[in-house]
Ligand binder design. Structure first.
Ligand SMILES: [Zn+2]
Length: 252
């Protein structure tokens, strides 16, 4: 599933199309484009020019006409990606597309159909970006409450962009149990977690996505910790399948 690093790579893809004028819009998928009726996004964006691409957590938005035009919100859902200037996908997997003057296109390609394309998105419920928040703000927002730290990291209103894989990777790197109540973490532990979050995100963006993490390939029933060789533990935490090293990430 796309997490912050995948969304950032999508944002960088969109940047390849900046400056181009839109002369075609396919917004016929009323589910992906909900709540808008077919034709509504087309009416808003036809003739506009993409001018900047932004991201907070997994949420993307594109400004048009230097900020004077309407804003296009995009979300990759569970399996979507942004394809610039690719051949059209088979079986209408391109759920929303922009065609550009002089050729080329932007497609939200999504077999699962859980992505979104929205006019003037409201992202006020989304917390600060997990890759940009400072250590102080991170400790204040994350280090509170009685829920497990893993669940706290997954709450997009607390910090945005951390999904199931990235959460396991970061807790493993920081040697913290996913089961610890968030509010019990000590300042030094929160600062360590923040530091590993920053580097795990930077690594994943550089290497091509969260699946490139050091711990991710070992998230299996027969998996062993790549640092110490201990068999990994598995449980549902925060509603998600969670793996960790019970030796190094022990509960207090
Ligand atoms: Zn270990």
């Amino acid at each position: 599933m796309p997490e912050l690093p995948e969304a950032e790579r999508a944002r960088r893809e969109i940047e390849k199309a900046l400056g181009r004028a839109i002369d075609g819009v396919d917004d016929r998928d009323g589910y992906v484009c909900r709540p808008h009726a077919p034709g509504e996004l087309a009416a808003a964006f036809l003739g506009r020019r993409l001018t900047s691409a932004h991201r907070r957590g997994k949420f993307l938005w594109v400004e048009t006409d230097g900020g004077d035009g309407p804003v296009l919100g995009l979300h990759l859902g569970m399996a979507g990606r942004i394809v610039i200037d690719g051949e059209p996908a088979p079986r209408r997997w391109d759920r929303f597309t922009l065609e550009f003057e002089g050729g080329g296109r932007l497609a939200l390609r999504d077999k699962r159909r859980l992505g979104r394309a929205v006019l003037e998105p409201d992202y006020s419920h989304v917390g600060p970006d997990a890759g940009e928040i400072g250590a102080g703000g991170f400790a204040k927002r994350v280090g509170r409450g009685t829920v497990a730290i893993k669940a706290r990291l997954l709450d997009q209103g607390v910090v945005a962009g951390i999904g199931n894989l990235l959460a396991d990777e970061v807790l493993w790197r920081a040697k913290l149990s996913p089961l610890r109540p968030a509010g019990d973490l000590q300042p030094a532990e929160l600062s360590r977690l923040h530091r590993h979050l920053r580097t795990a995100i930077a690594d994943a963006i550089r290497l091509g996505g969260v699946h490139t993490g050091d711990f991710i390939p070992h998230r299996t029933r027969a998996g062993a910790c790549p640092r110490c060789g201990t068999a990994v533990e598995r449980a549902t935490v925060g509603g998600r399948t969670t793996f960790w090293c019970p030796k190094e990430q022990d509960s207090p």
